[in-house]
Design a protein around this ligand. Structure first.
Ligand code: PLP
Length: 437
């Protein structure tokens, strides 16, 4: 039997947190609602490892939900931050760092000719939507079921039953009128998109999509899906927005748009470009970006936008991942681990399948080996994931505390980390199989 960890310090902190922080956390995914029990509180991260308040050490596959592609406390990031600290942390005025960052982003993602920095992924998508509306003079936006684009009012909308009906709000506090501006379609359903454009094409400002969907576990785009969106938007005068907050500089150096060779009008970024500090960005076609204030009529602003500390950290990360072999190595590590997990699940007789895009991966307790939509994802055996999650945690492997989140690997994960993860998974699958009998 795998013994549970001692987590009394985390439990105490959670009790205190509950008194003055709603739900005890500053972002809902951190609560262990999806797996049961209380969240762990962390005090240290080093490379691929994180240490909780009780001193338990874990191999980390959350990576702060994506940013930590170099691992925690990378020495070059740390020294860039130290250097910048001595020179000031905010001016509310332009800096050379921002110019370097803009030049780097535009060089790595040629669809981006002009880019604005913000403080989070949510700000990036919110601003991109406003810009698309300002540019096209249209109000409606299209999103896909299971894609997450931050907590922007008009994007916190899922599909109702009918794919072509107007969306209903997914959160309290969103005006019905706002939700009605959003059409929701099934992911990977190009035909549904064609039907929608045939009926409403001249009202649609933009289609926003995760080119690899990383917020319903990990679902890859079906062949031709992204191309179809490109063609439809172009034909109807709508903008195509790739939300690469998660996939940008994570699935490949040039993002998902380089892997699938589809050029969006606008791209949103976040996570990796901040190197673990709060940064987001949105950019794209010059003529569209020229509509932003102070050039154009679409207002967008931020006191701490382009923050020197965050940009200094992000620049180091972009430099490091630009090394020619970086993504070959990172993708190799993820593939090696997934291969090991698959073999372990197969030999335990547990229905299991995986997906991968560069340094992101998905794991599903699912009979279906072809995961293409939210409906497929929802068919996964969630109770089985919960058991597996806690068994992995008890063995020092920290996975995202939900069956519907992607996993992240970093450059810092070693052969030994991967081997230990596979061994832990083999034991966990064994116990899961026993429970199923
Ligand atoms: C994380 C994420 C966001 C939101 O970014 P925040 O920095 O959490 O606001 C938006 N889009 C996608 C695809 C994301 O994964």
């Amino acid at each position: 039997m795998i013994q549970p960890l001692s987590t009394t310090h985390s439990a105490d902190l959670f009790q205190r947190a509950l008194v003055h922080i709603p739900g005890g956390v500053n972002s809902p995914v951190r609560a262990f609602k999806g797996v049961g029990g209380g969240p762990l509180f962390f005090k240290k991260g080093q490379g691929a490892h994180i240490t909780d308040a009780d001193g338990n050490r874990f191999i980390d596959y959350v990576g702060a939900w994506g940013p930590m592609i170099l691992g925690h406390s990378h020495p070059k990031v740390v020294s860039a931050l130290h250097e910048q600290l001595n020179d000031g942390t905010a001016f509310g005025a332009p800096t050379e760092l921002e110019v370097l960052m803009a030049e780097k982003i535009c060089a790595l993602m040629p669809s981006i000719q002009s880019v604005r920095l913000v403080n989070s992924g949510t700000e990036a998508t919110m601003s991109a939507i406003r810009l698309a509306r300002g540019f096209t003079g249209r109000d409606k936006v299209v999103k896909f079921d299971g894609c997450y684009h931050g907590h922007v009012d008009s994007l916190l909308v899922k599909a109702g039953s009918g794919a072509l009906t107007f969306g209903a709000p997914d959160s309290a506090g969103i005006p019905a009128d706002t939700a009605r501006q959003t059409f929701v379609l099934p992911y990977n359903d190009a035909e549904a998109a064609a039907l929608l454009f045939a009926a409403h094409g001249d009202e649609i400002a933009a289609v926003i999509v995760e080119p690899v969907a990383g917020n319903m576990n990990l679902v890859l785009p079906a062949p031709g899906f992204l191309d179809a969106l490109r063609q439809l938007t172009e034909k109807h005068g709508a903008l195509l927005i790739f939300d690469e907050v998660m996939t940008g500089f994570r699935v490949a150096l040039g993002g998902a748009q380089s892997l699938y060779e589809v050029t969006p009008d606008l791209t949103t970024l976040g996570k990796v470009i901040g190197g673990g500090l709060p940064v987001g960005a949105f950019g794209g076609r010059c003529d569209v970006m020229a509509k932003l204030a102070p050039e154009g009529p679409v207002y967008q602003a931020g006191t701490l936008s382009g923050n020197p500390l965050a940009v200094a950290a992000g620049l180091v990360v972009l430099e490091e991942i630009s090394r020619p072999e970086f993504f070959i190595e990172l993708g190799g590590k993820a593939a090696q681990m997934l291969h090991g997990l698959q073999r372990a699940a197969d030999s335990a007789g547990i229905p299991f399948t995986t997906t991968q895009a560069g340094g992101m991966f998905g794991c599903f307790f699912n009979e279906n080996r072809q995961i293409e939509s939210l409906a497929h994802v929802m068919n996964s055996n969630v109770p089985r994931f919960r058991t597996y999650f806690h068994l992995m945690l008890a063995q020092g492997v920290y996975l995202a505390p939900s069956a519907f989140e992607a996993g992240f690997i970093s450059q810092a994960h070693s052969e030994e980390d991967i081997a230990r993860t596979i061994e832990a998974a083999a034991r966990a699958f064994g116990e899961v199989a026993q429970l199923a009998r």
